[in-house]
Design a protein around this ligand. Structure first.
Ligand code: E4P
Length: 228
C-alpha cells in the first residue's frame, strides 16, 4: 500500500512526508506550473530533497516527471525520458497513453528506464501500459467522476485484469478526491494512490475521533491521575 503525493510544491512535499511518510511523488505539467518555478529547477529541487532524505533510486522513492505534452513523436519522448533519467535515478518517466507514448514506453523500458503511463481512462488503455512493462499505470478517477462516470468497475477491472494476466505493472490510482475513493482503490487491490495533500489531510479526520477525544479528555480530568 503506497501513498504518493501529487504535487510539485516543496512545502507540501515536506509536510506530506513528515505527516504521512509518503512513498513517492507524482508531478504533471499543471503541478509544475502551480509551483511557480521553472520546470528544470523545480524537478531538481524535488530530487535533491528526496536524495537528502536518503533515497537513492526509483525503487526507494519514485518521482514521476511527465515529458513535454507537446510531443507527439515517440523519439522526442524517448530523448527527453533519457535525459531526465540521466538527471536522477529517482525519476520515473510519465508518458501519455497515446500511440507515441506507448511506443516510447516500450523502448524506454527496454533501456531499463522506468515509465508511468498517465491519462488512462479505460481498462482497455491500461492493457497497453501493462504490455509495455511500465512500472506504473495511472488511471484517473476524479476526472471521470466529474464527468458523471462511475469509476468503481473501471478500477476493479484494471486490478482484476492485471492480476489475471500476471502483469508486473503497478496500479497507481490517480486524481483522487476523497477518502472513500482512496479506500476503494486499495480495497480493489490497487498498489498505490496519488492525490493532493488536502485530500489526505481531510480523509484522515473523522468527527467521532474529535468527539471521542473530548469525552476521554473530560474523563481524564474527572479522574485522580496524581502519582503516589
Ligand atoms: C496523476 O499522476 C496526475 O498527476 C494527477 O492525479 C492529475 O490529476 P489532478 O491534478 O486533477 O488531481
Amino acid at each position: 500500500m503506497k501513498f504518493f503525493l501529487d504535487s510539485a510544491k516543496m512545502d507540501e512535499i515536506q509536510k506530506a512526508y513528515e505527516l504521512f511518510r509518503i512513498d513517492g511523488i507524482t508531478t504533471n505539467p499543471r503541478h509544475i506550473e502551480l509551483s511557480g518555478k521553472p520546470f528544470y529547477s523545480v524537478i531538481k529541487e524535488i530530487y535533491t530533497w528526496a536524495e537528502k532524505q536518503g533515497f537513492k533510486s526509483w525503487e526507494d522513492f519514485p518521482i514521476s516527471v511527465e515529458v513535454n505534452p507537446h510531443f507527439n513523436k515517440a523519439q522526442d519522448m524517448i530523448d527527453m525520458g533519457k535525459s531526465l533519467a540521466d538527471m536522477s535515478k529517482l525519476f520515473v518517466i510519465k508518458l501519455p497513453c497515446t500511440y507515441a507514448g506507448i511506443e516510447a514506453a516500450h523502448k524506454l523500458e527496454e533501456m531499463d528506464i522506468r515509465t508511468n503511463l498517465t491519462l488512462v481512462f479505460s481498462v482497455a488503455q491500461s492493457l497497453y501500459a501493462a504490455h509495455a512493462g511500465s512500472l506504473f499505470v495511472s488511471p484517473f478517477v476524479g476526472w471521470k467522476e466529474a464527468n458523471g462516470e462511475d469509476t468503481r468497475d473501471y478500477i476493479e477491472g484494471i486490478v482484476e485484469t492485471y492480476a489475471n494476466s500476471g502483469s508486473q505493472t503497478q496500479v497507481l490510482v490517480a486524481a483522487l478526491r476523497s477518502g472513500a475513493q482512496i479506500a476503494h482503490a486499495f480495497r480493489s487491490g490497487a498498489d498505490a494512490v496519488t492525490c493532493g495533500l488536502a485530500v489526505y489531510e481531510e480523509s484522515m479526520l473523522h468527527p467521532f475521533t474529535d468527539k471521542g477525544l473530548n469525552i476521554f479528555t473530560n474523563a481524564w480530568d474527572g479522574t485522580d491521575t496524581s502519582t503516589k
